[in-house]
Ligand binder design. Structure first.
Ligand code: ADP
Length: 736
């Protein structure tokens, strides 16, 4: 049983394989079998009293001690004695005893478990009887001295001359009659007891004949069973149970320790991870910042190059000069596309590609892209077909710029790789889900197609597949960026292609419907109704950019003033009250955002429309500039057509609103309406804000500018900007 697992040194267990556990169980089984087989040897008890055993003190006695005439002589060394019984006493006797503990004659041994006694002795004398006496000491019988406390349990047996082997059982013993009588014991109390046997005597039997006899004891063997088989099995099972319990407890502790160790390790690992992530984020932020700065630095000069190239084109040049200007323009455009692509890719890699959702006109967007692609297709003698299903809604909320980018990339590739046949764009509705519509854009071409094993590759950055002949320019980034944009829009992109026949790229995405009708495309793109003669303040720290904008705007009949930083802009605005401000954001002294905030705080300047300009626009930036009072955010290099449309849109709208002079403050709805709006904005419920904006719009035309601004911000889910707009106007209302 010592082989149990619990006795093994802790810590080494289980470390290797489960083999050790199995070995321990095997040993335990062997031990159990041994215990069962050797049961008899284990559960039996045996006591041998023999001359050579000699662990007792011999003593002899006879009736001589009670004034009788019998005598005894003994040889203790060989447990033999000779007794001569003589008349003179009522019942002559003599005997020989063995005291177990001479030092304390009250201390005995437990004989209760002995069942049988085997006595071997040599007897010489006339046939007769002897007695075996087991003296059991028990103080409860003490009456008059220690002798009386010893209950004599007696068994009588016959002996013959010569060798005798006598077998006795426990049942044959009875308490000596004279003792029971002298102690007045009831039959129940006079039963033999063997719990504390202090001595074993052999003495002459009752009614012994007078004369001499001798006894030489060879051995007295007491045998008994101190455990039953059932008890023994119980012991074995208990041992198993105890060992199993110890094993389980041990395991539990180990598992718990393992669990705690693991937890500690995990905590340490996650700490390391957090540290590593913080480091990586810092590195990524630094990289993004570097890219943003670089892009700003690269776009600023490009801005001037492209702007002047566009200006020069309309300046009556000779064919050669025009071709040179076109080359400058194309190279600039290419460089710009490259910078934009690389910046986009780095944003995607850093997980920072953001959408700027706002209400937009889908048909106008598709038309605009189609116009661009049609020129390229016609140059290559390709048919270019655009089909928009009638059920495709016109006004949606989405990031127009990104949708445009996706379409341009796909259609651009289709025209680039197709040499004959057609390029087709179809737009259709897949499904309606509440206020959202899921649209499908299919771009089909009759180009070279893509091999099926390369279909997955083409979405990887810098992957260009097909024969070298097909690699006509490009960076290999277009489709990778396209897929990322579609994924950010929570849409799907897939491609089907047959080599030699053509390809079909399919994009599906959902868009919310825009609640408020936008001005129809081109409505403001004609001659500026209120544009000519209006004064525009151009704020930019780079002189080349200011000059470009001055040239562009003056060309269109605007009057232009310039400011080189925010502070100058605020001062000039106060002095000259321009009709419109074009405000660059990154400037020394006072940046664009702060300048806009200051303008917002002046009652007379608050209503001057501002268009913010940035080389690196983001969703947060747009929200911020809108909250600071800008009508919109344009990216550098400025798309001049977009700029004109934006300016004219604003001026026309302001004329329609009757506030074209820009000095009339934006009328805000009644206080209770504003408080309701504030509550909605604080809970971030943009849908409810939009509903409220529609209600305000229908309330009174004077609230139109406020309602439109609110609607635009809420549609783009710019909740901080919405909140700021409302709070600003409530504050201004209170101040007034
Ligand atoms: P780029 O066009 O700049 O090379 P893209 O990422 O847009 O990079 O496209 C990756 C590759 O996929 C292209 O180089 C071309 O081999 C293949 N490809 C894309 N569109 C088409 C198409 N419509 N027909 C055939 N091959 C195409």
């Amino acid at each position: 049983m010592e082989d149990a697992p619990a006795h093994q040194p802790p810590g080494k267990w289980f470390r290797g394989t489960t083999f050790k556990v199995e070995a321990a169980i095997f040993l335990l089984l062997v031990a159990t079998f041994a215990a069962m087989l050797g049961q008899n040897a284990i559960i039996r008890q045996r006591l041998t009293l023999a001359p050579e055993a000699g662990t007792f003190a011999p003593y002899a006695y006879s009736d001589h001690d009670n004034a009788g005439a019998s005598s005894i002589s003994l040889n203790p060394a060989i447990l033999s004695w000779t007794c001569t019984l003589r008349s003179g006493f009522a019942y002559p006797y003599c005997g020989y005893g063995m005291l177990f503990d001479p030092a304390d004659n009250t201390k005995g041994r437990v004989f209760s478990n002995y069942e049988t006694i085997t006595l071997r002795l040599i007897y010489h004398g006339p046939p007769g009887h002897l007695k075996l006496l087991l003296k059991n000491f028990d103080p409860k019988y003490s009456r008059a001295g220690a002798g009386d406390s010893t209950k004599p349990n007696v068994a009588e047996f016959a002996v013959v001359d010569g060798e005798n082997e006598i077998h006795l059982t426990r049942d044959q013993f009875a308490v000596d009659q004279w003792w029971a009588t002298s102690h007045h014991l009831s039959p129940e109390q006079a039963k033999p007891e063997f719990g504390n046997v202090i001595a074993v005597d052999i003495l002459s039997g009752s009614g012994a004949t007078l004369g001499t006899f001798s006894v030489a004891v060879q051995s007295i063997v007491f045998e008994g069973v101190y455990l039953s088989s059932a008890q023994w099995y119980l012991v074995i099972i208990s041992v198993w149970l105890v060992l199993t319990a110890i094993f389980l407890v041990y395991r539990m502790f180990r598992v718990r320790r393992g669990y705690e160790d693991r937890q500690q390790r995990q905590v340490a690992e996650s700490r390391e991870l957090v540290a590593a992530r913080t480091e990586a984020e810092a590195a990524s932020a630094a990289k993004s910042q570097f890219l943003a700065n670089m892009s700003h630095e690269l776009r600023t000069p490009l801005n001037a190059i492209l702007g002047y190239a566009q200006l020069l084109r309309s300046d009556g040049l000779t064919d050669r000069q025009l071709s040179a200007v076109q080359t400058i323009n194309q190279s600039g455009e290419h460089l710009l596309a490259l910078i934009t692509d690389l910046l986009d890719l780095s944003k995607v890699e850093a997980g920072r590609l953001e959408l700027l959702p706002a209400p937009f006109d889908l048909r106008a967007t598709v038309d605009n892209v189609a116009q661009m692609i049609r020129l390229r297709a016609e140059e290559k003698d390709l048919r270019f077909i655009v089909e928009i299903s009638d059920d495709v809604p016109r006004h949606l909320v989405g990031d127009r710029k990104r949708i445009r980018q996706v379409l341009i990339n796909l259609l651009g590739n289709a025209t680039k790789f197709t040499t004959a046949g057609e390029v087709r764009l179809t737009v259709s509705t897949v499904s309606w889900e509440g206020g959202n519509v899921r649209l499908r854009f299919d771009v089909l071409d009759t180009g070279p197609g893509i091999r099926s094993d390369q279909l997955n590759l083409i979405f990887q950055p810098f992957e260009q597949v097909g024969s070298a002949r097909d690699r006509i320019g490009g960076t290999g980034l277009g489709l990778s960026i396209t897929r990322q944009i579609v994924e950010v829009m929570e849409g799907q992109i897939d491609v089907m292609s047959t080599v030699g026949k053509g390809s079909r790229f399919r994009v599906e995405a959902s868009f919310p419907l825009a609640a408020v009708e936008l001005p129809a495309p081109g409505a403001a793109s004609g001659k500026p109704a209120g544009g000519a003669g209006c004064e525009v303040l151009v704020v930019d720290d780079v002189a080349a950019n200011r000059t470009l904008l001055r040239d562009v705007l003056e060309n269109r009949g605007y009057r232009v003033r310039e400011a080189a930083d925010g502070l100058e802009a605020v001062e000039l605005a106060e002095a000259a009250a321009p009709d419109l401000i074009l405000m660059d954001l990154k400037m020394p002294v006072l940046d664009g955002l702060e300048a806009m905030r200051r303008l917002q705080h002046r009652q007379t300047l608050r209503m001057i429309p501002i268009i913010a300009i940035s080389a690196n626009p983001t969703a947060e930036m747009e929200a911020e500039v809108r909250a600071a009072g800008a009508e919109g955010l344009l990216a550098k290099p400025i798309d001049l057509t977009q700029l004109h449309r934006c300016i004219e849109d604003l001026l026309v709208r302001r004329q329609e609103d009757g506030i074209a002079d820009g000095r009339q403050p934006m009328t805000i709805p009644p206080a209770d309406q504003m408080i309701r709006l504030l509550t909605l904005a604080r809970t971030g419920n943009m849908r409810a804000v939009r509903t409220e904006a529609s209600t305000i719009l229908n309330l009174d035309p004077q609230y139109r500018p406020f309602a439109l601004r609110l609607e635009a911000l809420a549609a783009a889910y710019q909740s901080p900007a919405v909140l700021r707009l409302i709070e600003q106007h409530i504050e201004a209302g209170e101040a007034a």
